[in-house]
Design a protein around this ligand. Structure first.
Ligand SMILES: [Cu+2]
Length: 212
């Protein structure tokens, strides 16, 4: 398992797909006449809810690049079983995947030691999730998730403090299997590595969880 080579990009998760999504966002921008960078994701989200988005279900890949995710927008349905393989495509950078609500933006201005957690609400609190196929894991913070580990537990380098977060070394990957919990609405995801620089640079996305 340690020699496992991370999968190549699949058609489903190719950058082209992301670019098309981004163009939708630009369309939304033009209509709204707003150029605020911070407002962009909200507008993208609004445009998607107008035009509709396919529900993501089953097994799929989430790619981490420097500094963005593909895809950066997903629709999940409560009760669906998902098998997300999180893959770090970077050759040089460590990346994590956290999901939550209400990022603490005051940390962005903080000097010195930063608190370990970023979200006020951690999506994974109380959620059963199975981790499998660990490959080049830097560390994993379970926080309050109910975690089942497949494979040698030592490979996960379990850490404490902060949000639920697998952090992958360059080229690393990990599969997370879970049933979408009854937590409908808009959730944000992001990477807070390097004192939030990744997140601020654009390494973030939105999950819209719809009711069954
Ligand atoms: Cu990152």
């Amino acid at each position: 398992m340690a020699d496992r080579i991370p999968n190549e990009l699949t058609e489903q998760g190719s950058p082209d797909w992301s670019r098309r999504q981004f163009l939708w966002g630009l369309g939304g921008l033009a209509v709204a006449g707003t150029v605020s960078l911070l407002g962009r994701q909200g507008i993208v989200s609004a445009a998607r809810s107008l035009f509709g988005s396919p529900v993501t279900s089953g097994a799929f890949n989430l790619y981490a690049f420097d500094y963005y995710y593909v895809p950066n927008y997903m629709v999940w349905r409560v009760g669906d079983y998902l098998e997300v393989t999180f893959q770090n495509q970077s050759h040089t950078h460590w990346h994590e995947w956290t999901i939550g609500r209400h990022v603490n933006e005051s940390y962005f201005q903080a000097f010195g030691e930063l608190p370990a957690d970023a979200w006020k609400v951690d999506f994974w609190d109380g959620v059963p999730v199975t981790l499998s196929n660990p490959y080049k894991i830097d560390n994993f913070v379970p926080n309050k998730a109910i975690v089942t580990y497949e494979g040698p537990k030592s490979l996960y380098n379990i850490a404490s403090g902060g949000d639920f977060s697998p952090t992958l070394k360059p080229g690393g990957s990990l599969t997370l299997s879970f049933q979408v919990p009854d937590k409908p609405g808009i959730w944000d995801f992001g990477c807070f590595v390097q004192q939030y620089i990744h997140y601020r640079t654009g390494m973030r996305g939105i999950i819209n969880i719809i009711k069954a």
